[in-house]
Design a protein around this ligand. Structure first.
Ligand code: NAD
Ligand code: PPY
Length: 354
């Protein structure tokens, strides 16, 4: 995408700042403030260009709006991207601390229109550091007054989504099914454990060999990262980065269903329709991975206890079943159906002043 197209975005607000000292570009994109202040995590990554980072922030912020809406959470969507000068593992501690403190200043300047939280390459410990400068932070450590990591509850939600999808697709329960997990990080690691405990046969892939060794210890079989979308399985679970399934991959993906955590799994608009035409049941990511948002917004905004959060996460399976029913009734892709459900769930709400 060129910079003109990345700027032709229909969200509400973009903040950018460049730090010449570290070579870091900071982007915050607020997609929607219609139903409350916006929220979404901070992603730190090394991008090919600032334009790629800007585009990613916009797409991720849009997904947060859909996630909040379909989950009946009273916030809008936003996201931060910290475009690093090098891969995260090559950034030293002093540089990282400077980056976090500048990012916190940026967030604070938005006066609460945008609340951040953890995402890829940022942790609860990083949220604690942001919290030294700004209050607009979810997911600080529990001993610093936050809700802590959302990863386990995100994985629980994806697991609920997987069970509901297997049932709807006529595959029964997970016992004996082959589940392929891409990315054994904070979410994918928990998800692989839960699926294995439910009797699934686990195939796993990660670019980090230590994570593969960890999974082999409980019986998972490794698949090369390059082979992941060509490997036959019942359920493919993308839990690494987004954009894994474009329309070309959708035309040959050898799976019966796709249920993962990765935000923006589909790389283009056509991919969802291609999957539907091939009878591959796609569980839209902004529905499946809402467990993290229930955890953070539930505990820190709505005052829910752990049981209430767990009840809402169990509801992800029912929301997905509704999405599948809309998709069948209206003859549209499940991605389109989930957007329809998100719109229906918010249409009746009044706009709020932020
Ligand atoms: P993570 O960084 O802890 O884990 C990602 C894993 O993917 C790592 O183990 C990494 O080595 C691996 N990976 C990276 N590129 C890969 C590739 N090409 N092939 C195979 N493996 C690869 O991140 P996470 O917190 O587990 O999040 C995973 C995804 O879920 C992200 O897209 C994130 O946006 C999304 N998500 C996470 C949460 C949450 O609560 N953590 C909530 C909603 C959505
Ligand atoms: C996500 O769910 O993709 C996130 O970015 C996590 C999150 C959820 C809600 C508020 C802040 C961060």
């Amino acid at each position: 995408m060129n910079v003109d197209d990345a700027l032709r975005w229909d969200g509400e607000l973009t903040l950018t700042r460049h730090d010449p000292e570290t070579g870091t570009t900071f982007i915050i994109r607020v997609d929607s403030l219609r139903h409350g202040r916006s929220a979404g995590g901070t992603r730190a990554a090394h991008y090919g260009s600032p334009t790629a980072a800007l585009e990613d922030a916009g797409r991720l912020a849009g997904a947060m709006t859909l996630k909040m809406a379909v989950s009946n959470l009273p916030m809008g969507g936003g996201k931060s991207v910290i475009a690093l000068p090098a891969p995260r593992q090559d950034i030293d501690a002093a540089t990282w601390n400077r980056i976090l403190s500048l990012h916190a200043e940026n967030i604070d300047r938005l006066n609460g229109a945008y609340w951040t939280g953890p995402d890829v390459n940022t942790s609860s410990a990083d949220m604690d550091i942001l919290g030294d400068t700004t209050n607009f932070v979810f997911g600080r450590s529990i001993d610093r007054g936050g809700a802590g990591s959302s990863a386990l509850n995100t994985a629980v939600g994806v697991f609920e989504a997987m069970k509901a999808t297997a049932q709807f697709r006529g595959l029964g329960d997970l016992d004996g099914l082959t589940v392929l997990v891409q990315g054994l990080g904070a979410v994918g690691g928990h998800l692989a454990t839960m699926a294995a405990q439910a009797g699934a046969r686990l195939l796993v892939t990660d670019v980090n060999s230590e994570r593969i060794a960890w999974a082999q210890d409980f019986g998972c079989s490794p698949v090369s990262p390059a082979e992941v979308t060509a490997t036959p399985c019942d359920i493919f679970a993308p839990c690494a980065m987004g954009g894994v399934i474009d329309s070309t991959i959708a035309r040959q993906l050898p799976a019966s269903a796709v249920v993962g955590a990765a935000n923006n799994t589909l790389a283009d608009d056509e991919a969802g329709s291609v999957l539907r035409d091939r009878d591959v049941l796609y569980a839209p990511d902004f529905v499946t991975n809402a467990g993290g948002a229930f955890h953070l917004v539930g505990h820190e905004v709505l005052g829910w206890d752990a049981d209430t959060v767990a009840g809402h996460i169990r509801g992800i399976g029912q929301t997905l079943t509704q999405v599948y029913e809309i998709s069948d009734a209206e003859g549209v892709s499940t991605d389109t159906a989930a957007r329809t459900l998100a719109r229906r769930r918010t249409d009746s709400l009044e706009a709020v002043a932020v």
